[in-house]
Design a protein around this ligand. Structure first.
Ligand SMILES: [Zn+2]
Length: 248
């Protein structure tokens, strides 16, 4: 396995990638490399580029992200479930990140064959974004993970380093969903709830996603959102929590 050439593809559309700076098909600069070669770990090289793939132990996930403003994020979930993240410098979270999160969600939906069209959101009604999917108007509501303003105040001031277990990852995802349960039931059925995990992209590691689905299955069925998605920095780091995906 270690002698195999890494599989390199566009993180946003899946197009095979060589050494060209951007994807020839969609123009994205984001690359997924499996397995992530050791030479890539710890330096992204290019500004505004995401490098993602297996964690160094080969059993988890690693996502590195650098912004044009000089911010950076490096998150790893290893095979034993240890979660390490460092998030430094200026990074967009919350509202300034919403258009990028929506673009990433739309490219993921497109990849799995769901056609979307953006339509104006109604700010006055608290809508973050809106899409037409299969003829239906679907509101997109976003919540940043972790959903804790003191976490982000510390990040802005000093940067943050997280060294935690997978239980922490599961808790911050589940907690962010519970925070949005105040959306009235009649609106939830036409709302996609998006958990923005841009800054901690490795959290979409498959065993963590599966645990969040299993532990919250009852809550998801009661909430009856149109869908719940976890959106990382690229379409490859974007996973659906509910309805439970089958093999996509
Ligand atoms: Zn592409």
């Amino acid at each position: 396995m270690t002698n195999e050439k890494p599989a390199k593809f566009c993180s946003d559309c899946g197009n095979p990638r060589g050494d060209e700076p951007v994807c020839s098909k969609c123009g994205s600069g984001n690359i997924t490399i499996n397995p992530l070669p050791a030479s890539c770990v710890g330096k992204t090289g290019k500004i505004g580029v995401v490098i993602e793939g297996d964690s160094p132990d080969g059993f988890g996930r690693q996502v590195e992200f650098s912004t044009p403003q000089g911010g950076s994020s490096n998150s790893t979930i290893d095979g034993s479930g240890v979660m390490d993240c460092s998030i430094n410098g200026p990074i967009n979270i919350g509202r300034p990140n919403e258009s990028r999160v929506l673009k990433t969600l739309k490219s993921k939906l497109n990849k799995i064959g769901i056609v979307t069209e953006s339509v104006p959101a109604e700010d006055a009604r608290g809508e973050d974004s809106a899409l037409i999917i299969e003829g239906q108007r679907i509101v997109v509501q976003m919540v940043t993970v972790p959903h804790d303003s003191s976490f982000w105040a510390t990040q802005r001031r000093d940067g943050v380093v997280i060294s935690e277990t997978r239980e922490y990852a599961i808790e911050i995802l589940s907690g962010s969903i519970a925070k949005k349960s105040h959306i009235p039931p009649d609106q939830r059925s036409s709302t996609i709830l998006v958990l923005d995990v841009s800054a901690i992209g490795a959290i979409v590691e498959s065993s963590i996603m599966e645990s969040v689905r299993t532990l919250n299955n009852k809550m998801f069925e009661e909430l009856k959102f149109y869908a719940i998605w976890v959106v990382g920095p690229t379409a490859s780091s974007t996973q659906r929590l509910w309805p439970r995906p089958d093999g996509e």
